[in-house]
Design a protein around this ligand. Structure first.
Ligand SMILES: [Zn+2]
Ligand SMILES: [Zn+2]
Length: 314
């Protein structure tokens, strides 16, 4: 088990060091001099050492965490990008859940004649949904794999997304949203059916709605300006939806920033204050698990350039 005391350097320094130099795992060579004592006349502090050249086993390199998508490169007409009736059913269930929640909020606001609080609650839900999208995105980008319970498929999908980012623009609507729609249905529908507080429902409805549609906002962030609907471009420009330039930074080395994909309003704060890096350090020292972003990017992690035929097909 590692500890700060053993390492003698601060977490920030350690993190930089891990990223740039992989210090603790880089092999260290110790050369021993074989000069005889008879030749040493000026510096008696250098004592002869006839130990052989050694490589300390504890400093042998650890292979970087494997990043495997488990999927081949998807083609434009790949079935994995198409919506199924199951996907559509889950998105319909998620949308119905959102309508019930927001409907309860509006109905309660009308009955009680209060509008300020539910609107404020909805606005807070919108702001916090961006933070929630960032935390979730960071978690599945850095930890777990395809075999992780519940979110394994999402982890694989996001790994595939880093290698082939443009495919999200080919992914059909329900295919892109069904996983989050399913989560919203299971978690929010019980609240929507039981709770009739307009303020709670204002928050829950907007928060879960932004989370569910975050993958659509994400897809738009990968769109080409000239091909996106004008209202979407305007909302991106106004900072209401995550901008294309901000999200593009997430797909450039070192692949460890700009995780938020609703409005992106939290990205600057989280990255400037190294919030996710601090969380990675805490998890590392508590559990020994290294996030994927600390490893030198494996070939699976690096974006494949879109071919000219694929660009024309957009
Ligand atoms: Zn990502
Ligand atoms: Zn992306």
């Amino acid at each position: 088990m590692y500890s700060f005391a053993q390492h003698k350097y601060t977490p920030i320094f350690h993190h930089q060091f891990c990223k740039n130099h992989s210090p603790i795992h880089r092999p260290q060579l110790y050369c021993s001099t074989t000069t005889s004592t008879a030749t040493i006349t000026t510096n008696t502090r250098h004592k002869p050492n006839d130990k052989p050249l050694v490589i300390e086993p504890r400093l042998l390199p650890v292979p970087p965490m494997a990043v495997t998508t488990g999927n081949p490169r998807p083609m434009d007409n790949d079935p994995s990008l198409q919506s199924t009736w199951s996907h559509r059913a889950w998105v319909a269930a998620g949308c119905t859940t959102l309508l019930i929640s927001l409907g309860e909020s509006i109905k309660g606001a009308m009955d009680l004649n209060i509008w300020g609080e539910p609107i404020l609650a909805g606005w807070i839900g919108y702001i916090l949904a961006d933070l929630g999208s960032g935390v979730y995105h960071w978690a599945i980008d850095n930890y777990g794999d395809g075999s992780t319970p519940v979110v394994g498929a999402q982890i694989e999908a996001f790994q595939g997304h880093h290698k082939w980012p443009w495919t999200i623009t080919r992914r059909q609507f329900a295919n892109n949203l069904h996983a989050l729609a399913r989560v919203v249905t299971f978690t929010v529908l019980p609240i929507a059916l039981v709770c009739h507080d307009p303020i709670v429902q204002g928050f829950v409805g907007v928060f879960s709605g932004c989370i569910m549609f975050s993958q659509q906002f994400h897809a738009w962030a990968h769109g080409t300006k000239s091909r996106l609907p004008q209202p979407v471009v305007a909302l991106q420009g106004a900072g209401v939806l995550v901008s294309r330039s901000q999200h593009a930074a997430h797909h450039r080395p070192p692949y460890n920033n700009n995780y938020c994909i609703v409005s992106g309003i939290w990205n600057e704060f989280l990255d400037k204050h190294k919030i996710f890096e601090s969380m990675e350090m805490v998890l590392y020292f508590k559990t020994g698990v290294r996030p994927r972003s600390w490893s030198e990017p494996a070939s699976e992690w690096i974006e494949e350039i879109e071919s000219p035929s694929q660009i024309q097909a957009q």
